[in-house]
Design a protein around this ligand. Structure first.
Ligand SMILES: [Zn+2]
Length: 133
């Protein structure tokens, strides 16, 4: 480790303070995702195509049955539920909102860690040690 001049130290502190404020602002913006009121649905909406099993059905020869499902996992178990056609758009919107909140959560975690790291760096740069000399 090299000795920093007082000017270098001030410059670095100024940069860290700036980043601290910017990170705080980003944290504030990210937290807005959690402040929203819209309902959330855990899971992903997919369209699946399948045969129904009836040997006389047209799906054995040509068109498969298509329908939308919601899949999610809870405590390590996968779940799938088929969706009524009239609710697909609404459920898709809520599941996207859920995913958005999860992404925001990861970002909040990362920003929180960054804020702490910045505070620690600032602490070290501001710290004075008393010498015996
Ligand atoms: Zn069929």
């Amino acid at each position: 480790m090299y000795m920093q001049t007082a000017a270098q130290r001030r410059q670095k502190l100024s940069r860290l303070r700036q980043e601290l404020l910017e990170s705080l602002e980003r944290l504030r913006q990210t937290i807005e995702v959690a402040l929203a009121h819209s309902p959330l649905i855990k899971g992903s909406v997919y369209q699946i195509a399948r045969r129904c099993g009836n040997p006389n059905c047209r799906c054995t020869r040509s068109k498969l049955h298509r329908n939308f499902v919601l899949t999610w996992s809870e405590q390590g178990r996968h779940h799938m539920r088929s969706l009524p056609p009239g609710r697909v758009a609404e459920i898709r919107k809520k599941s996207k909102e859920y995913a958005r909140l999860r992404r925001a959560r990861s970002e909040i975690l990362a920003l929180g860690n960054r804020l702490l790291a910045l505070v620690d760096e600032i602490q070290e740069l501001r710290r004075e040690t008393l010498r015996d000399d």
